[in-house]
Write a protein that binds this ligand. Structure first.
Ligand SMILES: [Zn+2]
Length: 132
């Protein structure tokens, strides 16, 4: 079957190279988040650091856009603060209050982490400034 040149169509296919780079960017961001200290630490930390995805960001673009935008709203939490501790974020019904009680601006932290994605040293500084 001959190859069809789609570049002249009204809606040409998006360039696959660009798409792949964005996906790599997101995977790298997730991997880097897992290398950071716990945002809610160091007191009460236990276990490995995982990525917690903020559910309530107050930003419309965080809804209904799939995994790609979810990584943008990821923060680093240890297993203890994420799920294992008695007062872990996933054991409360109110994520916003959970962070607020600890004096953490989780939305600003997620945004700063995303802005500094790919720069692990800068991401570590974001965490240490945002920790309680
Ligand atoms: Zn922790």
């Amino acid at each position: 079957m001959p190859r069809i040149d789609t570049s002249a169509l009204a809606h040409p296919k998006p360039a696959p190279r660009k798409k792949r780079e964005r996906a790599d960017d997101d995977r790298e961001h997730k991997a880097n988040l897992q290398k950071l200290p716990c945002l809610a630490g160091p007191v009460g930390c236990q276990g490995d650091v995982v990525v917690h995805y903020l559910r309530r960001t107050g930003r419309p673009e965080s809804r209904g856009m799939g995994m790609r935008s979810a990584h943008r709203w990821g923060v680093s939490l240890c297993d203890g603060h994420h799920t294992r501790n008695k007062d872990a974020v996933h054991r409360t019904g109110d994520e916003v209050r959970w962070f607020s009680e600890r004096g953490i601006d989780q939305i600003a932290a997620a945004e700063a982490l995303w802005r500094n994605r790919g720069n692990l040293a800068a991401m570590r500084r974001v965490i240490s400034r945002a920790q309680p």
